[in-house]
Design a protein around this ligand. Structure first.
Ligand code: ASP
Length: 599
């Protein structure tokens, strides 16, 4: 339904509203010249506005003045045209256009603005270089798929707002100029002119503020919050992105999960997708064991199986060595797919690219036995045991990795996705959300030689983990949960620490001693000393959600003005140098050596 229209001098009707029920009416429409065709006599203009396209016809015999004006019209000129809605003759009806049964017989046309020839056609969905699209984003956004994508994003956001408002959540804004919020990325900083030498940090998330809001008694908070993380733009990331951020007081995991399922179901329903609730759950350990990742794509099988029991005591030196050295042998059944020797070699290279020492492939033969480079090293009984662990049938391709557990998981997880896509096992339009729970609290950072929080330092350890937190940080579990959809981490959150002593201990495990904790997060710890209710929350990447629902590959397609992979905006030229006077005022001297200034 087109939005309600207040008639004015430019238009009294939306283009998309000129349907056959309007035949005989006088209308005025306004918009852009989508296409103009001159049939040596009649001139046809497809006029586009936000709601759609309608055909306007200029006739030299009946309306010579309007017709002669129509000659100068070019693509993307902005016009207002008036005339009568008439039915098209049967042979000129265009069934591909909602307004295709009618046209407007123009009696008048006003040029509101001329336009230069666009850098790329706006009237076609032809592939255009992304740099060019971003440089002329206002043209790119005029294209139908982009209009659709942003419309979808709006609908999703609005559904979230409606749902949370109805659930008693308050939308509260938190600062953009603030102090560092440790989500594990680098901060963007802003020099403070009034406190020379001091800097604000842009929030990586509203994490600490939403906790303060719980301590402040709001109990249910949400925000569609902009977050900033200065990290290398691997894959499909943006330096600034939008989160649906939520926090609740007097809750445990079950409460947050229930609220989350409700709001996600509402958001996806707005995008025409029915998310089945409740979402299935998987522990972190199971996710890694069965899918090789904590972001499992549950749309297809080909699960990973441990083969340690089947191969215990094997004479095969490679497997034996790995098992005795504390490693694992795991495998997947890739199904009955005939791959050439060259393709199998490429799979081995793929596995090595993931860090594995190698990959053993095996085809299960009719009767007993394998066709495999490893066949002669494994006894018939071992081949049989591996085969039954992998539920193998004759013709199936089995892929085995013997390595350290992390590498085996990583490699088989990646192989599973690669082969799932290659063998066309991933159904389109299948939506499989799931929870991953029981995360470790911390992970070892080898480069820095310390423990890092797996989520963030304000995540509560489980009560059982508290007893020997300092002695065995690696086995501590977090009260954290992630939502994963089709292999994409949509969001995650946790129940937070709400006792100051526990917060000190968790920070201590991360190598942040009391004094440093007070210096960095003193305001939070002090607030925790003033009556902090049990609380927890979650946050979701809204850009990713909108991209999934708008069926776009890239989140850049659901952001009106995104940045490139190198963090630039080709439209405005940001980032850009600032002038010396401004630098001086800030007390900043710039050393551009090594990094060329942005264009
Ligand atoms: N602040 C977290 C994040 O941005 C989410 C949460 O714990 O609620 O990932």
């Amino acid at each position: 339904m087109p939005p309600e229209l207040r008639p004015n001098a430019y238009r009294d009707t939306w283009s998309g509203d000129v349907l056959s029920d309007r035949v005989g009416e006088q209308v005025r429409v306004a918009g852009w010249v989508h296409r103009r065709r001159d049939h040596g006599g009649l001139v046809f203009v497809d006029l586009r506005d936000r709601t759609g396209i309608v055909q306007v016809v200029f006739n030299p015999e009946t309306e010579p003045a309007a017709h002669s004006r129509s000659h100068e019209l070019r693509s993307e000129w902005v016009i207002s045209a008036a005339g009568e809605v008439v039915r098209r003759s049967a042979e000129t009806v265009n069934p591909d256009m909602p307004t295709g049964e009618v046209e407007i017989r123009a009696t008048a046309v006003d040029v509101l603005a001329a336009a230069e020839t666009p850098a790329f056609p706006v009237d076609e969905d032809t592939p255009v270089d992304e740099a060019l699209r971003l440089r002329h984003r206002y043209l790119d956004l005029r294209r139908e798929p982009m209009q659709h994508a942003l419309d979808m994003r709006h609908r999703v956001t609005q559904a979230i707002r409606d749902h949370l408002h109805a659930g008693g959540f308050l939308d509260i804004e938190t600062p953009i100029l603030t102090r560092s919020t440790p989500e594990g990325a680098r901060d963007f900083v802003v020099p403070a002119r009034m406190q020379r030498g001091s800097f604000y940090a842009l929030p990586q998330s509203p994490q600490l503020f939403k906790q303060l809001l719980m301590i402040a008694g709001f109990e249910r908070y949400y925000q569609i919050a902009r977050c900033f993380r200065d990290e290398a733009l691997r894959a499909d990331r943006q330096l600034e992105f939008t989160q649906l951020d939520m926090e609740l007081a007097f809750v445990g995991e079950e409460d947050v999960m229930a609220v989350t399922e409700g709001v996600l179901a509402a958001a996806f329903a707005a995008g025409g997708v029915d998310l089945p609730t409740p979402f299935p759950r998987l522990s972190y350990d199971d996710a890694i064991a069965r899918f090789g990742t904590d972001r499992p794509d549950a749309r297809f099988g080909m699960e990973i199986h441990d083969l340690g029991d089947s191969l215990r005591g094997t004479e095969f030196k490679v497997f034996r060595g790995v098992l005795e050295g504390g490693g694992v042998v795991r495998g997947i059944n890739a199904g009955a797919h005939d791959l050439s020797r060259a393709e199998l070699d490429r799979l081995i290279e793929f596995a090595q690219g993931q860090g594995a020492g190698g990959l053993v492939w095996a085809y299960v033969e009719e009767g007993a036995g394998w066709r495999s480079p490893g066949a002669k090293c494994l006894s018939e009984a071992e081949q049989g045991a591996v085969g039954s662990a992998l539920a193998a049938a004759p013709g199936d391709l089995l892929l085995l990795v013997a390595d350290d557990a992390g590498v085996a998981a990583q490699t088989l997880g990646a192989l599973r996705l690669e082969l799932g896509a290659r063998f066309d096992l991933i159904p389109e339009d299948d939506w499989r959300p799931l929870w991953v729970t029981d995360f470790p609290l911390v992970e070892w950072n080898d480069d820095e030689g310390r423990w890092d929080a797996l989520h963030h330092p304000f995540t509560s350890p489980t009560e059982e983990s508290l007893a020997d937190l300092e002695q065995h940080p690696g086995s501590a579990r977090a009260r954290a949960y992630d939502v994963v959809l089709n292999g994409v981490e949509l969001g995650g959150g946790s129940i937070r620490v709400n006792r100051p002593e526990v917060q000190y201990r968790v920070l201590g495990v991360l190598g942040i001693e009391r004094a440093a904790a007070d210096e960095k997060f003193g305001f939070l710890i002090e607030a925790l000393k003033h009556g902090a209710p049990p609380h927890g929350g979650i946050a979701f990447g809204l850009d990713r959600m909108a991209a999934l629902l708008a069926r776009r590959e890239s989140i850049r397609d659901v952001i009106a003005f995104p940045k490139t992979a190198t963090g630039q905006d080709p439209l405005t030229g940001a980032p850009a140098p600032i002038d010396d006077a401004q630098l001086k005022e800030l007390g900043i001297r710039v050393d551009t050596q090594g990094t060329p200034p942005a264009r």
